[in-house]
Design a protein around this ligand. Structure first.
Ligand SMILES: [Zn+2]
Length: 143
């Protein structure tokens, strides 16, 4: 595929100060120190689950890494679970060696909420017409 990871990336989260705080869509994860564009922010971790568990799980934090590997990111020690969906994201996901990494798409200032695009399927299933991300919330309020 042409979506091969750029080779210069460093797959190890930097020493950034991140804070879980109230956001427009429940709790969110915020930068408490500056994060430079391209930096590895955090790893999305969780418990590996089987295919059967994947189909019967009610977890909203399932992350399908490949056709053979899915993790359930709902444990609280997975701080990355607090990152909300954003339609105008400052972060992006990259899967590398079977693990999920979150990178900064641009420079992020302290106080900014982190967000990445959860993808069309999630948005349709859970957020259809009621996305509360910073890009959509003003529209939602006006409606
Ligand atoms: Zn949105």
């Amino acid at each position: 595929m042409s979506t091969e990871a750029p080779p210069r990336r460093r797959y190890k989260p930097g020493d950034f100060d991140l804070k879980v705080k109230r956001a427009s869509a429940g709790l969110g994860l915020f930068a408490a120190s500056p994060i430079p564009k391209g930096a590895c922010v955090i790893e999305y971790t969780g418990t590996p689950i089987t295919r059967e568990q994947m189909y019967t799980s009610n977890s909203r934090y399932l992350f399908e890494i490949s056709s053979r590997k899915t993790i359930d990111g709902s444990p609280r020690w997975n701080t990355a679970r607090y990152i909300n969906h954003s339609c105008r994201p400052n972060c992006e996901i990259e899967i590398y060696k079977g693990r999920v990494w979150i990178f900064a798409r641009r420079n992020i200032k302290p106080g900014e909420e982190l967000g990445y695009d959860y993808g069309e399927a999630y948005v349709e299933a859970y957020l259809s017409g009621k996305c509360l991300c910073a890009a959509c919330a003003p529209k939602a309020k006006a409606a």
